[in-house]
Design a protein around this ligand. Structure first.
Ligand SMILES: CC(C)(COP(=O)(O)OP(=O)(O)OC[C@H]1O[C@@H](n2cnc3c(N)ncnc32)[C@H](O)[C@@H]1OP(=O)(O)O)[C@@H](O)C(=O)NCCC(=O)NCCS
Length: 153
């Protein structure tokens, strides 16, 4: 049965990675490309949970590295939908380092646009997004403005 809409909470994804030696750059910090891979995977998982289809990343917006991460750190990555268009979805992904006492420090902030695909890799319509909180409504409006800006460039 085709689902017409899903809530933001239905597709929210949280992953945790421990920073290991093979994740580091030459300076001994978490390699940015590694974090970008983890972020892209989280965004794709969010999109798949919303659509139950194959998906592909169309663009990455405003990806900011705010702080470094170091060997042994726990990196928590949280992705959630903020907007859906006809065939594409905008996903916010925040990455944190979590300390022993559970305190989370934001180390990266990014928005990705992911497109739903049919079996022939053609874009297909996505379920609508049910907004259930004030924050979700604010995020929706901000994403709408980012889209308009992107289209005007
Ligand atoms: C993303 C892709 C499927 C879009 O295909 P397309 O033929 O341009 O399809 P459309 O023009 O119908 O656009 C489909 C949707 O994607 C959006 N879109 C297309 N290009 C985009 C871009 N660069 N940034 C953001 N959104 C984009 C459109 O706005 C549209 O959204 P909407 O339906 O919600 O309004 C296609 O460009 C593609 O396959 N790109 C490669 C993706 C990939 O391989 N990613 C992994 C990187 S290694």
């Amino acid at each position: 049965m085709k689902v017409e809409s899903r809530k933001v909470s239905d597709s929210r994804v949280e992953t945790v990675h421990i920073v290991r030696p093979n994740h580091l750059n030459a300076a001994g910090r978490l390699f940015g490309g590694m974090l970008m891979q983890w972020i892209d995977e989280v965004a794709a998982l969010v999109a798949k949970r919303h659509t139950h289809t194959n998906v592909t990343t169309a663009s990455v917006d405003n990806l900011s590295f705010l702080k470094g991460a170091y060997p042994g750190d726990s990196v928590v990555i949280i992705g959630q939908l903020v907007y859906v268009g006809r065939t594409s979805m905008d996903i916010k992904v925040d990455s944190y380092v979590e300390s022993m006492d559970g305190t989370r420090t934001l180390i990266n902030h990014a928005y990705l646009t992911v497109v739903a695909l049919d079996q022939n890799d053609h874009p297909i319509p996505v379920p609508r997004l049910e907004l259930t909180t004030e924050d979700e409504a604010v995020e929706w409006e901000e994403a709408k403005r980012r889209r308009e800006l992107r289209k005007s460039l």
